[in-house]
Design a protein. Sequence first.
Lengths: 322, 330
Amino acid sequence: MADKDVLIDIFTRADLIMQSDIKFRKMIGAGQLQIVYYPVRGQEVVSAAMMAAVNQEDYLVTIYRGLHDQLAKGIPSKDLWAEFAGKMAGTCKGKGGPMHITHPETGVMVTTGIVGSGIPIANGLGLASQLEKDDKVTVCCFGDGASNIGAFHEGLNMAQVWKLPVIFLCQNNLYSEHTPMAFATSSETIKQRGDGLGMRSVRVNGNDASEMYAAAKEAVEYARAGNGPTLIEAMTFRFHGHLLGDTSHYIPEEEMEQALKDDPMPILRQQLLDMQISETDIAAIEAKNAATIEEAAQFALDAPYPPGDEYRIDVLDVEIAA
Amino acid sequence: MSEKPAEIMFAQACNMAMAKAMADDPKVILMGEDIADEQGGGVFKVTAGLSAQFGTDRVRSTPISEQAIVGAAVGSALVGYKPVAEIMLMNFITVAMDQIVNHAAKLRFMSGGQTSVPLTIRTTTGAGTGLGGQHSDMLEAWLAHVPGLKVVAASNPADAYGLLYSSIMDPNPVIFIENTPTYFTKGPAPAPDHVVPLGKASVPREGTDISLITYGRGVGASHAVAEKLAGEGISCEIVDLRTIAPFDEETVLKSVAKTKAAVVVHEAVKNFGTGAEISSRIHEELFSELKAPVGRVGSGYAPVPFSPAIEKAWMFSEDDIEREIRKILG
């Protein structure tokens, strides 16, 4: 079991993610936000534990289902919410949106909407750190489906050949879009693919905060020591389908029931109580997160949209003529 | 090298530009298949000697993994490096198009200007040497169509030197297209500090009757035709774009405003080529002043053929340029 402070840290991040996801779905459902949203409920602990094991200046590359990673890495809620809402005050002036979040102050360098494409880019960040000897690591998140695209194999091979300080975090939620892993993935595990590429590879219960944190910490230390990358296959589940509105009809009922029984959030909360952290203290964390989210959501709704002319800026280093 | 040679080859000019960039800026790094000296210094020796001079940390031979090469260039560029990725042949760029189009070109915009991707992709291509359909394509129009990318093609060694240096130092992603069949042709050597700014065309030959707007290998062919027609009293002006995208509209329009006639010449397939865009811009601005509609010369609507007999028929030629000029000038 991870120590108390670590678990509180992980819980604080994970609860912010869970509450944010709930709030996003509620606001989208109520028509207050018109966005395509990839829910993260169920995968909170994987990100929270991973990001608790790295520093703010370490890099993160993630994917369109990335809210949990972005919040866990520390992007301020207001900036993130405003970007999701397409507002000028957002992280990317409303030009990226939920699938393309960047926030260098917290190390979030790329969020990609193309499955697997973050992997080769994470190598470039790792290469820069290796050349700079700046002791940074890069965390690269993707799903199990990404292991079926070429970029995964090219990228992991290069990372291993060059011993880059990159942690490849495969959040295996067992479904790539609507397709179950066994239907479209030839290997039994993603770890086997890392093994096949000669990379240090581990498979853990990503929904268990202590187990996930231990694996993350070990991979980070391994990378910082100059030993190279690790592939972590973190087993998890997503409770609300590929994107909001998806009824998860392709997931067998009993599988979903079991997954909900194994919901990592109540389990982690109970672990805190078991460690003699008081209900009052836990409730205070939850209340603080709720207040942060309320403030961020209101800020996002009230903030102005970018001017239409903004499309001519940031295409190249100079403004494009009207 | 105590004495500066009067003439250098195109490939040598590229090598010298990279050497200068690497000496000037420690953030310039090179990656590509077989580019380090241990692997031969590049299949066309364009990077020969650079790993010996700058070390294999900065001049890195890679696996045959175009996505991973461009991805590594994108990632390192995001945090301050100026990577030069060599994609050996332009057709192999297809394998890396996701990294180029969805990431290199868009990350500055999608991040709201928080990050940028100052990478250069060097790639070579060109028909006429019997390499057939997958080693010879000119694909610049695909790339020119993507907002956020610059596309550059030099027509002579001195320009190659000055343009490649500018490409490496440019804060935007640049695709630098080299031409394999002309790698070993010679031209006047540039001064060491010779720089050619991106986005600026040159007018290597002035004329009064018609403007030949071209780049890369089209420039040499246009010179040959211009020389021949000069004997008949036809005066051709040549505009060498040097940067294909964004192209120097000011120089092009100024030239055509003077000559009132134009042919756009390129090696790439004519259909949907860059000539269509350039021609269109001229028509939009100068339609009423033109003696005749703008002409286009390009290669045929087919994959690059293998057999020399078919390849020659398919490929754009000096005869095509001459015919087009005569048609326009009536």
